[in-house]
Design a protein around this ligand. Structure first.
Ligand code: ADP
Ligand code: MG
Ligand code: ZN
Length: 654
């Protein structure tokens, strides 16, 4: 790349780009020259006198004092560090100058008085040095200002004083990434394979007159391998890969982004066949209709227009493919998605079980795994994670193994790494009080018990009262044992709600006082119920009518409500409140039935802080055997009965 030449250029053009700095340096040089010509310690006043002075002698202070004593001196000028004496003998004026005068000489003034010599004190070194000393701070200030401005504009790639050059923001490389490095996104790989072939043998396609898409939009949640896939396309075709991030285009200065787009396309065309990759294209391609942010809007529009013009500007005879990535396709301007631009979208979604296993295999190639490692279990326990998270788990496990001086990564390291990625880092140094600990122990035991008893709830992997991450004082980990689920039945959602309510229920039943610890649980329980009514048509409230349409659910959000009546809104609120109440009653009753099991769990938790799921089940089993209760597997019936009873109770209360 032309990186080096650009640097040199920068130096040569430094003064052209910085007229002010040039001026400042020039003035300093002139002043210096002037100063050394006139001589140190000379004042402007003396310069005027030089006409009548025939000779100037630089002498020692003691010599001047001797001359004064002799009575030959007619006038004296004093500055804080110099003395200048004019002798006037027979009309021949001689000037004596002494530097570094000892200022503590108390005899001088009385001596001058005695000899009746006119003397005057001059502050500083006279007019010229005063000029310098008053100008210097200003010059320094300007120097610093220009320096900073220069630096700033470099950081932003152009700007105040320099024209923007895109070289530094456009990355050019020839990646050796291959399709085998990208796993779990098989459909997406199939879709881009055609492009690889086109880039490898462009003539074939051009002769046939085949139309190959110019632009292709990779859409999917963060960390799923969009960038990786784009690189793999370049790697497989062995063509240059020009990448740039959308946010890098947007500058404070109008026009810079557009010129950068021009540069990007010029470079890519010069080295065709090639690939252009625009990451985070939503930063430039945001819908113009949605605009409205202060500033930057003009700039974004210009950049976007330039991008559109460039994409329209080359035909299928130029083997350049533009790939772009976004995780917010719904925000993109419609113009970007029109035919001949990014008219094809490829979904790069989160991996399923097989995909996760394949990704784990790719990333464990570079590390040492112990014999006991079973990646299948790791893949099973990481449902919902993206490729980047999985790569991170392998790395985290390697760090853990390294910390304990192990030669290989063991299964335990991987499992610990999974937990960390789910619940954030363990905060060993965070102390919680014994009171808090007790509350958390009952709260979490409640969740755990309910999760084990409810048919349809995910079984408990681990219960802990060691605080982790932000805000979480304790946690009950439920990891799906089987493949991740795409469908949930109604009874499973209800079980989830019961488990969520059990934390608060345990506090109320066993401590007799409630805490703020359940806030998040209640929020989630409410949300599930609301979705059951408004999205999934699972209740009588709205029947099958959908009141909320979900958009892009794979990107985890963006549900929009459709219009519904105030009466309906009221009904929804009433239903949610009464259902939560009803379930809460039922959960409390179940906890009371299993009080001793809860106490046993809390005992262990307060002791060792962590219980594995297996131990939880042992405690419950032991309790059930002791009390001749039906075993957990037959428990569903009991729960159904208890639910009916709880409902009666709730109704009686109202
Ligand atoms: P995105 O661009 O979608 O946000 P990246 O491509 O930047 O995600 O992924 C970051 C890293 O995570 C990759 O460099 C790779 O190490 C890992 N990774 C992500 N997805 C995959 C995948 N599908 N297969 C293998 N590794 C992946
Ligand atoms: Mg990326
Ligand atoms: Zn909770």
């Amino acid at each position: 790349m032309a990186k080096n030449t650009n640097q040199d250029n920068n130096n040569n053009n430094f003064f052209n780009n910085n007229p002010l700095l040039a001026f400042a340096l020039f003035s300093i040089v002139i002043i210096m020259l002037f100063k050394s010509f006139v001589g140190e310690g000379e004042g402007l006043g003396n310069m005027l006198e030089t006409n009548s002075v025939t000779q100037t002698k630089t002498v020692k202070y003691s010599d001047i004092k001797a001359e004064i004593a002799k009575g030959d001196i007619s006038s004296v000028k004093l500055t804080p560090s110099t003395i200048e004496a004019i002798s006037d003998v027979d009309g021949r004026k001689v000037r004596y100058v002494a530097q570094n005068v000892p200022t503590y000489d108390k005899e001088l003034i009385p001596l001058l008085e005695e000899k009746k010599i006119t003397y005057e004190g001059v502050m500083g070194g006279g007019f010229l040095s005063e000029l310098i000393s008053s100008l210097l701070p200003i010059l320094i200030f300007f120097g610093i200002w220009i320096f900073l401005a220069k630096k700033m504009s470099k950081g932003m790639g152009g700007g105040i004083l320099g024209a923007g050059k895109a070289d530094k923001l456009i990355n050019s490389e020839k990646p050796d990434t291959k399709f085998d490095d990208v796993q779990g996104v098989e459909e997406a790989k199939d879709e881009v394979k055609e492009i690889v072939d086109f880039l490898k043998f462009p003539e074939r396609y051009m002769e046939l007159g085949a139309k190959i898409p110019k632009g292709l939009l990779l859409v999917g949640p963060p960390g799923t391998g969009k960038t990786l896939l784009a690189k793999a396309v370049a790697g497989e075709a062995s063509v240059p890969f020009f990448s740039v991030s959308g946010s890098g285009f947007i500058e404070m200065f109008v026009g810079v982004g557009a010129s950068r787009v021009r540069d990007l396309f010029a470079q890519a065309k010069k080295e065709a066949p090639s690939i252009i990759f625009i990451d985070e294209i939503d930063a430039i391609g945001k819908s113009r209709a949605s605009g409205g942010q202060m500033g930057g809007n003009d700039e974004r529009e210009q950049t976007l227009n330039q991008l559109l013009a460039e994409m329209d500007g080359f035909g299928t005879d130029t083997p350049v493919i533009v790939l772009a990535a976004t995780n917010r396709p719904e925000t993109l301007d419609a113009a970007l998605l029109r035919a001949g631009r990014f008219d094809r979208q490829v979904l790069v979604d989160k991996p399923d079980y097989d995909g996760r296993l394949a990704i784990l295999k790719v990333h464990s190639k570079g590390v040492k795994l112990a014999q006991n490692v079973n990646l299948k279990i790791v893949a099973k326990q990481t449902a919902g994670l993206a490729g980047a998270d999985l790569a991170n788990i392998i790395n985290e496990a390697a760090l853990l193994a390294g910390r304990f001086n192990k030669k290989e990564i063991e299964q335990a390291d991987l499992l610990e790494a999974i937990e960390r990625s789910f619940v954030g880092l363990e905060k060993k140094n965070r102390k919680i009080s014994d009171v808090e600990k007790r509350i958390v122990a009952y709260h979490e035991s409640g969740h755990a018990l309910m999760a084990e008893l409810s048919k349809g709830a995910t079984r408990v992997t681990k219960v802990s009262i060691v605080p982790r991450g932000l805000g979480a004082l304790g946690y009950t980990l439920h990891l799906p044992e089987d493949e991740e689920r795409f469908l949930k039945q109604k009874y499973e959602l209800m079980a989830e709600i019961d488990v969520l309510l059990a934390g608060r229920a345990a506090e109320e039943v066993f401590i007799g006082e409630i805490s703020t610890g359940a806030g998040n649980d209640l929020d989630r329980a409410t949300a599930i119920l609301k979705d059951m009514i408004t999205v999934f048509g699972m209740t009588d409230i709205a029947g099958l009518m959908v009141l909320k349409r979900s958009q892009n659910s794979f990107l985890g959000g963006g549900a929009i409500s459709t219009e519904y009546s105030e009466k309906m809104a009221e009904d929804i609120d009433t239903y949610i409140r009464s259902t939560l109440n009803e379930r809460f009653h039922f959960v409390k009753q179940t906890l009371r039935d299993y009080a001793q099991a809860i106490e046993n769990m809390v005992g262990v938790l307060l002791d060792v802080e962590v219980i594995e799921g297996k131990k939880v089940r042992e405690i419950i089993d032991a309790y059930e055997t002791e009390n001749n209760l039906p075993t957990r597997l037959a428990h569903t019936e009991k729960i159904a009965k208890a639910a009916a009873k709880a409902k009666e109770e709730a109704e009686a209360e109202q």
